[in-house]
Design a binder for this molecule. Structure first.
Ligand SMILES: Nc1ncnc2c1ncn2[C@@H]1O[C@H](COP(=O)(O)OP(=O)(O)O)[C@@H](O)[C@H]1O
Ligand SMILES: [Mg+2]
Length: 251
């Protein structure tokens, strides 16, 4: 794990300023996020931690343009997202962002190569080119030899690798991963983090949510959420030193 990304002085890739998100709940409203200000530089690897219900997924959905803030501002690559219509947001999402989830969401009847190639349908790419790109993405995550298998014919870790390949196939600049190791054992989780670390070293920006301190430590910065607010931000070294105090967390 190395230190700061080279591009951290540049304009942030992601910038949330004073973001709030409220959901109607019967006659009341639930505040899922309150006054969240957070920037992520291009090339950074950030981990978001916090208890269940603290707003992590809401934050990821906003960063991923799957949902809009109720208040505040969000700039992606320097451009204000609140001015964009639904079609523009979808285009931004498809072109810039790859998503990885706790449940892999692979289509069971499709071979891995076809699962990975699926997002390219949006771009109207020729079938041969789609397969080439999918194979290249599978190679990046080390499972191109499993391309012809179906999801049930590979392990959980291999399914998550395929899901990461699917996120990479459009060549996004940003990966958003919500509990990517939530369904994996410790050893496989570490392997997935090694994949992320390698991708990050090659320039991809990564924001991941995890509730496991030993997985969070792969981030350059660890953002702790509580009750919809950013409670604290730790550097990797600061986070590591708190891990050393508690035994057993060093994954
Ligand atoms: N679509 C929704 N409608 C109503 N309340 C929601 C919705 N999504 C999330 N919430 C509420 O917002 C808060 C934050 O949820 P969430 O972002 O899912 O937290 P986390 O991912 O940290 O567990 C919780 O109180 C949750 O119940
Ligand atoms: Mg969540």
């Amino acid at each position: 794990m190395d230190g700061q990304p080279a591009e951290s002085r540049a304009e942030p890739l992601l910038a949330l300023r004073g973001v709030g998100k409220q959901y109607p709940s019967g006659r009341n409203v639930v505040s899922a996020l309150t006054d969240v200000t957070l920037t992520v530089a291009a090339g950074e690897f950030v981990s978001i931690v916090g208890p269940s219900g603290s707003g992590k997924s809401t934050l990821m959905n906003i960063l991923g343009l799957l949902d809009r803030p109720t208040s505040g501002a969000y700039q992606l690559a320097g451009r204000p997202m609140e001015r964009m219509g639904a079609r523009q947001l979808a285009a931004e999402r498809n072109e810039r962002i790859g998503f990885v989830f706790q449940s892999f969401y692979l289509l069971p009847h499709l071979r891995l190569v076809d699962n990975v190639a699926a997002p390219l349908l949006y771009f109207g790419m020729a079938p041969g080119r789609r397969v080439e790109r999918a194979m290249a993405a599978l190679r990046l995550v080390g499972i191109d030899h499993l391309a012809q298998r179906r999801p049930t014919q590979v392990s959980g870790g291999q399914q998550q690798r395929a899901a990461i390949a699917r996120a990479l196939v459009t060549h996004p600049r940003l990966i958003l991963a919500d509990e990517p190791t939530g369904n994996l054992d410790t050893r496989t989780s570490r392997e997935i983090m090694d994949v992320f670390r390698t991708l990050n070293t090659e320039g991809l920006t990564i924001v991941q949510v995890t509730h496991e301190p030993g997985i969070a430590r792969y981030g350059h910065r660890i953002v702790a959420m509580r009750d919809g607010r950013v409670e604290s931000v730790a550097s990797q070294a600061e986070w590591q030193s708190t891990l050393d105090e508690k035994d057993g967390w060093s994954v």
